[in-house]
Design a protein around this ligand. Structure first.
Ligand code: NAI
Length: 683
């Protein structure tokens, strides 16, 4: 009797194998699941059906890939290797079945899910946008190890396969069909018919068209490999991110079969497992799951309709945003993209118009189909009068960063809100207690702190003021999930978590520029450490006026103010938005010279250590519940070198003592801003 797979046979002689992992809402592959699949396949082979259809009995999707929990709890590389061998062996058995097989894919079908589908002769995908197929292993620092790297290039050509494997991105059913990854796309209700027809007709399996196939031919292969390697090298370094390089080696030299790579080769699974990046990336994945769990709907106290399911319940149906500037405009646009009705208020229509224009561009890029773009734009309603306040389930304030002005606005807005609606502020630095004073229902005020650019940054800090009720906190968290962001509960203290950690890092970078080090050199040092963007370029992007305002709010006594920053602001050089900051900006790009000669590691340490120190302080003060959440917040809110696993993980990796020695040396030269926080003793 199998626990995770259900096998039936119908009158046409077709075997149906349902994947239904016991005790879980999502299908994943554990060793037990794989061993049972092997048993199920043996049983199918015995009955010799005309064909086999594999599908998922779960509502949310086909399979999410390997069971990460089991994978991360493995005691050593031998155990992990055995797991990889098992998956390969079982999927090879599926591929070798003497009768046709089809995978019926709905919802997410990631990693091992796609690899099982690839082992089948045919694939059918649900036409809903919720279908997501892909091989995201690279994001965990590993390679598709259960035959995906072997079978995908053969099916869709090497160029398209490498693109999917190197970026880890997923595709919906329609795109999968265009790529040749699936043979048919139909609504899920037609799966059975589609499977029956395919299995009984038993046509030859799909092959890539000539052009796609050519990318896998030996001579063209080298060229494709070189081009892909160049693209990878532009994005990441091998010592920071070995997995994309390993994927290229695996495809080019080992036919995509991980079993063929010698253990000591840098592309082998053993080498990848031993690399700290892999450990850190897997940890980030589990942290992301933890953040998602904060948004589970239990106890949520927001009313409305779920835009995805149409079910009445816990999600705010109507969001009213006040302030259509850089943040408010984009928050409103994002909420409407995610299915909510949004009214957007500002002082005059001409202040709202640019936000609508940006929204239209976003929808075009994300939704593509004109009727979907239209529908999203219809959900985003300009509202100078603020009529939406009275109907909204959630009101988000994103006006100027001034406590007095915000309090005044709250006094006007609160009496007009529905009694059970939630009031949220996007303030980046003002503690909620300073804003809640005049409210009749301070328990319904919560901070929803988004990051710039809203469409790209995953994190939203959910800020709890001293009076915020548990239900309202929970509702804020659920709301963030509903719009596909990652909620991070934070205590209300200046700068919350992310800006507080980021601020001293930016400050130190600017002080180095004041000392005469070229901005390009400072940025190069940060990138050498693994930051996705240098701090000077980042400051120019965020806006120097905003950096200065947040910096002032968070400055500690005795901290110097960067002179060039002050001078830039006096000259109204605000960075990217004004065309000039530390860099000159042309067509949205910073104009950079080559970096100068310098000890990049020393420069990076000098910028990074103040951020680490502040992260330690945040953990000590309980701004977030624990050190793991601090790492998660800083990574998802700033892009902090993901392969280093976040600030606390970076401390542990190099060793606390080494960092404290660096701080002592820097304190001797630069003074008290390098004094270690008392929290270091607990790290
Ligand atoms: P912004 O200056 O681009 O936009 C503010 C908008 O609010 C302007 O369009 C203004 O006309 C409008 N406004 C001012 N008073 C108003 C009132 N009484 N009623 C209606 N509209 C009014 O500012 P930005 O950058 O969008 O910031 C807004 C808030 O978001 C601030 O609290 C800021 O601290 C916070 N924030 C900013 C981030 C950034 O990177 N810019 C990041 C995260 C939060």
């Amino acid at each position: 009797m199998l626990k995770h797979w259900k096998l039936t046979r119908d009158a046409d002689g077709i075997a149906w194998l349902a994947f239904d992992r016991e005790g879980a809402t999502t299908n994943t592959f554990s060793s037990e699941v794989l061993r049972e699949l092997r048993q199920a396949i043996e049983q199918v082979r015995l009955v010799q059906p005309k064909g086999l259809a594999v599908f998922s009995a779960k509502e949310n999707g086909f399979a999410a890939g390997a069971d990460i929990e089991e994978f991360t709890s493995m005691k050593d590389a031998d155990e992990a290797w055995a797991f990889i061998m098992l998956g390969n062996e079982v999927f090879d058995t599926v591929a070798a079945l003497p009768f046709p097989t089809v995978a019926l894919v709905h919802g997410f079908c990631m990693g091992g899910g796609t690899e099982l589908a690839l082992a089948c002769k045919y694939r059918v995908a649900d036409d809903s946008p919720r279908t997501r197929m892909g091989l995201p292993e690279v994001m965990l620092g590993i390679v598709p190890g259960w035959g995906g790297a072997k079978r995908l290039p053969k099916l869709i050509g090497a160029a398209a396969a490498l693109d999917l494997m190197l970026t880890g991105r997923s595709v919906d059913g329609k795109r999968a069909k265009r790529l040749g990854l699936v043979d048919a796309v139909t609504p899920r209700r037609h799966f059975e018919n589609a499977a029956r027809r395919m299995l009984l007709e038993n046509r030859p399996a799909s092959v890539p068209d000539l052009l796609a196939a050519a990318t896998d031919w030996p001579l063209v292969r080298d060229l494709v490999a070189r081009m892909s390697a160049k693209k990878v090298a532009e994005r990441v370094r091998r010592d920071h991110y070995p997995a994309p390089y390993a994927i290229l080696d695996l495809w080019k030299d080992f036919g995509g079969d991980v079993r063929a790579i010698p253990a000591e080769h840098p592309a082998s699974m053993r080498s990848l497992f031993a690399h700290p990046t892999t450990r850190n990336l897997i940890r980030i994945f589990t942290l992301q799951e933890r953040l998602k769990a904060f948004g589970k709907e239990e106890n949520a106290d927001v009313k409305g309709t779920d835009p995805k399911t149409g079910k009445p319940g816990s999600v705010p149906m109507h969001v009213h945003v006040i302030g259509a500037g850089a943040m408010g405009g984009d928050i409103a646009a994002w909420c409407a993209l995610r299915g909510m009705t949004v009214t957007l208020q500002d002082l005059a229509p001409e202040r709202i118009a640019p936000a609508i224009k940006r929204a239209a561009a976003l929808y075009k890029k994300r939704l593509r189909e004109p009727h979907l773009v239209r529908a999203a734009l219809d959900r985003l309603i300009p509202d100078v009068q603020g009529n939406g306040v009275a109907r909204a389930d959630l009101v988000i304030e994103a006006i100027v960063e001034n406590a007095e002005v915000k309090r005044k606005l709250f006094a006007q807005v609160e009496p007009r809100m529905k009694p059970d609606a939630i009031l949220a502020t996007n303030t980046s630095s003002i503690p909620l207690q300073e804003l809640a004073g005049a409210l009749a229902r301070p328990e319904r005020l919560v901070g929803l702190h988004f990051f710039n650019p809203v469409a790209q940054m995953m994190l939203v800090e959910i800020v709890r003021g001293p009076q915020t009720s548990d239900e309202v906190m929970q509702a804020g968290q659920v709301f963030a999930r509903q719009i596909d962001k990652l909620p991070l509960p934070c205590k209300s203290a200046p700068g919350f978590l992310v800006n507080r950690v980021l601020s001293p890092y930016l400050l130190e970078a600017m002080l180095m520029v004041d000392e005469g080090i070229a901005p390009e050199t400072v940025d190069a040092a940060a990138k050498d450490f693994g930051m996705p963007m240098g701090p000077i370029e980042l400051a120019d992007m965020v806006g120097l006026d905003i950096c200065a305002a947040v910096g002032q709010e968070l400055a500690k006594p005795g901290t110097p103010t960067p002179k060039l920053l002050e001078a830039s602001i006096a000259a109204r050089h605000f960075g990217k938005k004004s065309g000039q900051g530390f860099y000159k900006w042309i067509d949205g790009k910073a104009q950079k010279k080559p970096p100068g000669q310098a000890d990049l590691k020393a420069l990076a340490d000098r910028m990074v250590v103040p951020a680490l120190n502040e992260a330690v302080a945040c953990v000590r003060e309980g701004i977030v519940a624990d050190a793991d959440l601090c790492d998660a917040g800083v990574i998802f809110g700033t892009g902090f070198a993901p392969h280093r696993g976040g600030p606390i993980s970076a401390i542990r990796e190099r060793g606390k003592d080494a960092w404290l020695r660096t701080m002592a040396d820097l304190e001797a030269v630069h003074g008290e801003r390098f004094r270690p926080d008392p929290g270091w003793s607990a790290i």
